[in-house]
Design a protein. Structure first.
Length: 177
């Protein structure tokens, strides 16, 4: 098991970075999962409780690093800056109005509309594209030690990620998937 002083990137033998090879991360996670599994605790000479704690930490690390928003927040924390979504607000009213319009567009979709699936696909593609775009902007701000801007882009990434979830949920509602 890794030392308590190691950060989660070090556990996975990765340099702290926003862009990650998710396949390499997954491979290392599965390897660590086998090593740290509570059933192996006795052979490692540790208590079952310690093994469960280590396994829980590993799962938290995996959940954080494989999610771009959580990974960005963690990177800010490593740099000594906390991201508080309740205090971090979007100051750009045009952006907020645009987000409300997207939610309205999603809410009024009906399964009876001929182009409902196309509209859902378009909104999903937009959310994915924005998540990628804001991720790149976050990474640039983070690399430049511009943590205030990095926080702004995390907020926008959160909007994009939520839009993607909302589109998927609405698709299930409309088409009983």
């Amino acid at each position: 098991m890794s030392s308590a002083k190691q950060n989660w990137f070090q556990w996975f033998e990765l340099e702290p970075a926003f862009q990650l090879d998710i396949d390499a991360l997954r491979g290392r996670y599965l390897e660590l999962q086998r090593q740290l599994h509570p059933d192996q605790a006795a052979s490692r000479g540790e208590s079952a409780a310690a093994a469960v704690r280590a396994n829980s930490q590993l799962n938290d690390a995996w959940d954080t690093l494989c999610n771009p928003v959580r990974r960005a927040i963690y990177l800010l924390q490593l740099a000594g800056h906390n991201y508080d979504p309740d205090r971090q607000t979007q100051q750009d009213m045009g952006y907020l109005v645009e987000q409300m319009n997207l939610r309205e567009q999603l809410a009024v979709l009906s399964a009876a509309q001929e182009d409902a699936q196309e509209q859902l696909d378009s909104l999903r593609e937009r959310a994915e594209s924005e998540l990628e775009q804001y991720g790149q902007q976050f990474e640039q701000a983070w690399k430049n030690f511009d943590y205030e801007s990095a926080g702004l882009f995390i907020g926008r990434m959160m909007f994009a990620q939520k839009l993607e979830r909302d589109v998927n949920d609405r698709e299930e509602e409309l088409f009983d998937l």
